[in-house]
Design a protein. Structure first.
Length: 194
């Protein structure tokens, strides 16, 4: 992102999110037998930035979704991200199967947890059971949310990403993953002239 002359270093273009509002990077943290764990410092800043209801000295809201049986992680959402998700779910038609699924995953199998002033919180017991943590947990930033998983499952995710990179780069001498973020351009040869 480019700054104009005179803009402060923290200034962003309209619509861009400030850097400290994204969950970014990885962190391996200790977890005790009662499920108490510390949120990485950089994640604390993003969590507070991602909760418009959080005033000075207030604890930011953290929602932990643990009910997706197809994943080996729990999904962690900031207050504003969760509020937006709730609005989108509630805008769906009652009885719609996609709404029922989302209500189950993000209302039934999701808990709001308190984060203290030092960044410590207690993982819900269902999240601890799902993960089967043994003394350490891996935090992975995912932009507007983050995942918590077992360190070994983090290594498996690395292997999965490698396979995806190989697939996307197949047949290309040089492949830059950043190109995946580009808007797909229509090749004139693919357009039907009629």
């Amino acid at each position: 992102m480019r700054r104009k002359n005179g803009d402060s270093p923290g200034a962003t273009q309209e619509g861009a999110r400030p850097v400290d509002s994204r969950f970014q990077g990885e962190s391996l943290n200790k977890v005790d037998g009662k499920g108490r764990i510390s949120l990485p410092a950089k994640f604390r800043r993003a969590l507070q930035s991602g909760d418009s209801r959080c005033g000075p000295g207030d604890a930011a809201r953290l929602y932990i979704a643990y009910g997706n049986p197809t994943t080996d992680f729990v999904e962690c959402l900031s207050g504003d991200y969760y509020d937006d998700l709730v609005r989108r779910i509630e805008d769906m038609d009652d009885g719609e199967s996609a709404r029922e699924l989302l209500e189950y995953l993000y209302f039934v199998k999701c808990d709001e947890v308190g984060v203290d002033e030092t960044g410590r919180f207690v993982l819900p017991s269902a999240a601890r059971e799902k993960l089967g943590l043994d003394g350490e947990a891996l935090f992975q930033g995912k932009g507007q949310k983050f995942h918590i998983l077992k360190p070994d499952d983090g290594a498996a995710a690395d292997d999965k990403v490698l396979k995806m990179l190989e697939k996307f780069g197949e047949g290309k001498e040089f492949f830059n993953p950043i190109s995946l973020a580009n808007k797909r351009r229509v090749d004139p040869a693919d357009v039907d002239p009629q």
